[in-house]
Write a protein of this length. Structure first.
Length: 318
């Protein structure tokens, strides 16, 4: 069943986006009516219209963008969307690419947990199936008694506890309080060939320990040939940043460390998860330069990918 939005809600959302916030109200209202039609007739989401600036595009240009509502039926054989949606299940499947220690309280005793936190100064606790960095918390184990921390994780429904990943000093320059990862999106055709590959850096902001763009993070596109950031940073409402607002580090021209090694690892990931055709891989570059797979997103952020790299519709015509 298709969703809908009121014109009032659309105008309110528009006012948070950089390009619309100072637009005259009459013009906002005209665009809002068009947004409403697009939602009702083509089942796109509000943020997709605003991100892609549909009001500037002809109908045939609009239809080249892939809305999230079409994703599942376009890829009916992406059979493990549900199977690998749990972070613990994914860690177990991808163990050969994960060096960090982890434990799930649903599959471990209190004594196992005591032993786990005894090995690590910092841990990061995660819910099993929530998205966009929701519920993720960092803990300094010395600040907690083992049983109290165990109870904390149970109450907060964050049963997956992982060893904290210390990132490469170059990646930390943007925002040292969050693990700043690379999101590499791949499309693997039904013959097992990677026909699309795109990457962008994600950085946290403020006091956040996560780098998710939907959690006030900032993303910036990476040149796939050079591993150098190719544009300004962008947040979830399309405000642009020449420099990171917290640290002043310039996005465009920044060289991602070990980028060639990251890309080689991505090729290995796609072979292990060959049944998943469209994936957003979240990848950390560790303090020592090693590559750490954090998770795989079977419904990656198509809006950001298409904002940086253009419409994806052609992928499904191959």
């Amino acid at each position: 069943m298709k969703h809908t939005e009121t014109v009032e809600n659309i105008v309110k959302a528009m006012q948070s986006f950089a390009v619309y916030e100072d637009m005259p109200s009459a013009e906002q209202l005209t665009i809002a009516e068009d947004v409403k039609r697009e939602i009702e007739e083509h089942d796109i989401f509000l943020h997709e219209y605003l991100t892609f600036r549909f009001e500037t595009l002809l109908q045939e240009e609009r239809r080249k963008y892939l809305p999230i509502s079409e994703y599942a039926w376009r890829l009916p054989n992406n059979v493990n969307i549900i199977n690998y949606s749990g972070k613990y299940e994914f860690n177990n499947k991808a163990k050969q690419f994960i060096s960090r220690d982890y434990i799930c309280l649903e599959d471990a005793s209190r004594e196992d947990f005591r032993s786990f936190i005894g090995r690590h100064e910092q841990i990061i606790a995660k819910p099993l199936r929530k998205q966009c960095g929701t519920g993720i918390t960092v803990y300094h184990t010395a600040d907690w008694k083992p049983d109290e921390l165990y109870g904390e994780l149970i109450v907060k429904d964050t049963p997956l506890a992982e060893e904290y990943v210390y990132q490469h000093p170059e990646m930390a320059k943007f925002h040292p309080d969050s693990l700043n990862t690379l999101r590499v999106t791949t499309f693997t055709d039904f013959n097992g060939n990677i026909s699309f590959k795109a990457a962008y850096i994600r950085t946290g902001c403020g006091s956040s320990v996560v780098d998710n763009i939907c959690k006030c993070g900032i993303g910036a596109p990476i040149d796939m040939n050079t591993g150098i950031i190719a544009g300004d940073g962008v947040d979830s409402t399309c405000h642009t940043y020449e420099k990171h607002p917290d640290t002043g580090v310039v996005f465009k021209g920044f060289a991602i460390p070990r980028f060639d090694k990251v890309m080689k690892k991505v090729d290995e990931y796609t072979k292990l998860f060959s049944e998943m055709h469209f994936v957003g891989w979240d990848i950390a570059i560790k303090e020592n330069g090693d590559i750490e797979l954090i998770e795989a997103n079977t419904i990656p952020d198509l809006s950001i990918v298409q904002l940086f790299y253009g419409p994806l519709d052609e992928l499904y015509k191959k």
